[in-house]
Design a protein around this ligand. Sequence first.
Ligand SMILES: [Zn+2]
Length: 269
Amino acid sequence: MSSVPRPALAIIGGSGFYDFFGDDAVSLEVDTPYGAPSAPITVGQVEGRQVAFLPRHGRKHEFSPHTVPYQANLWALRSIGVRRILAPCAVGSLHADWGPGTVAVPDQLVDRTSGRPQTFFDNGGVHVSFADPYCDELRGAAIGSAVPELPLQSTATMVVVQGPRFSTRAESRWFAAQGWELVNMTGFPEAVLARELEMCYAAIALVTDLDAGLEAGEGVSAAAVFAAFEQNLVPFKGLVRNAIAAVEGTDTCARCRVHAGVTLPFELP
Ligand SMILES: [Zn+2]
């Protein structure tokens, strides 16, 4: 590539998504006022369009859910031109019928994290709308991209816990009793930071385990989670590829533009 790439669409996900990219992909080192992102950003052609990829936990999974540099990640993507983000992630299920291999496209989120910087606006009383935390246009693209191997749930409430530990049985039962269906450790503040930078964002969640409150045995183990993820990774990546092809437009949708009339405290390139 001769000129600097300006990808409008990005994937934030696990390091397995590197194989979406061919030899012509470039690696961009991006610095931000919040430090370096989790890794250099890979940019290349996927499904006939220019796509950026950032491995959320770093190239070698060096970041824990609570140490991921979320502000730097979102800022870095926005600064190279990204306006729309698909965010595949692993989740525990709080719903007995949603076993490992189920895909869910959340429409709601509950934040149970603590101590994570969750805004770019430290001054000025800026409060973005977050009633609907995910972009409906991107959710539609994901929902329409189902693959036969993985059953898909088109709505779900995802509770994001601080981690890195898994939930206790009591916490898990409490979450389920609220009607929440999924547990995850990285979906927040990723979603709100995307919203603050006026980028469309949708999570695509792959169930790897039944959470502690639903599991009669030993509870959740990291080994079981990684094994389930690996097992379903090929069809899941197929679904994400379909979603990349299905996303229409290269700019933020009207509903994800939240700063009309607000003076931003920063200027992005
Ligand atoms: Zn949107």
